[in-house]
Design a protein around this ligand. Structure first.
Ligand code: ZN
Ligand code: ZN
Length: 255
């Protein structure tokens, strides 16, 4: 399984990165490569094309309906419908109501066949080629899901990637992340007294969840354009004893 960071800017695109989008690739036993995008936030469809043909994605997995995670589904719909090589379709998994959200963003009455949406159901795994995806509801002001992807490891055997989506600390997150080889976890805030709760993790809280879940490696993401990623990493490093770093566009990891 291979992860490429397409966009990792939190809450809004930044000068150096579009909003959330991660490409996961996995090869099946026949050597066919399967490609899945985790989120398709503002500005991500452009740089995604450096790494994969959007028309050939096997699925798009959306954590929640905030624009920095799903806005480019509207332009993806146009891309798939009007590409000169012919119409294409990519299945989408996301929160209930996401189909209507795409139509709203696109300014059309109904969603097209290009992006058929299936609602997440915690406890009902989704299979995409050699990848199995389970989700868990997490703590955010709108329905939001973290995802656990299990698939073939590059070194043989099985590998697990967990993506937090947007969340504050909650039981479901540490449980879902348990033992993951790579934990792609949001860290939007720095610790402060009376800081907001129920929205996002801080660097310290992300580090604590990673430690509790005994993950192999922590990749911190969703740092807003106005926050120093080094400060987020420093907070997390006080809580998590394993290897960690901040995500940046173009970062690739094999697991
Ligand atoms: Zn966000
Ligand atoms: Zn959000």
């Amino acid at each position: 399984m291979r992860l490429t960071v397409v966009g990792c800017s939190g809450s809004a695109p930044g000068a150096a990165s579009p909003a959330s989008c991660y490409l996961v690739e996995a090869d099946d036993a026949d050597g066919r490569t399967w490609r899945v995008a985790l989120d398709l936030g503002s500005g991500a469809l452009g740089p995604l094309q450096r790494y994969a043909d959007p028309r050939l994605l096997d699925a798009i997995l959306i954590s929640h309906s905030h624009a920095d995670h799903c806005a480019d589904l509207a332009v993806m719909d146009v891309y798939l419908k009007y590409h000169p090589d012919g119409e294409a379709s990519v299945p989408v998994h996301g929160p209930f109501g996401l189909g209507g959200r795409i139509a709203e963003l696109r300014g059309v009455a109904e969603t097209t066949a290009a992006l058929p949406v299936t609602a997440w159901q915690p406890g009902a795994p989704v299979t995409v080629g050699p990848l199995t995806v389970t989700c868990a509801a997490v703590a955010h002001p709108v329905p939001a899901y973290a995802m656990r992807l299990t698939g073939p490891s590059e070194s043989g055997g099985e590998a697990t990637l967990v993506y937090s989506g947007d969340t504050d600390v909650c039981d479901g997150l540490a449980e879902l992340a348990w033992g993951a080889d790579l934990f792609l976890c949001e860290a939007s805030f720095l610790e402060e007294e009376d800081g907001p709760r129920g929205l996002h993790l801080t660097g310290a809280r992300a580090g604590a969840v990673a430690q509790e879940a005994s993950v192999g490696r922590l990749l911190l993401t969703h740092v807003p354009p106005w926050t120093d990623p080094n400060a987020i990493v420093a907070e997390a490093a006080e809580q998590f004893t394993g290897p960690l770093q901040a995500a940046h566009p173009g970062l690739r990891r094999s697991l």
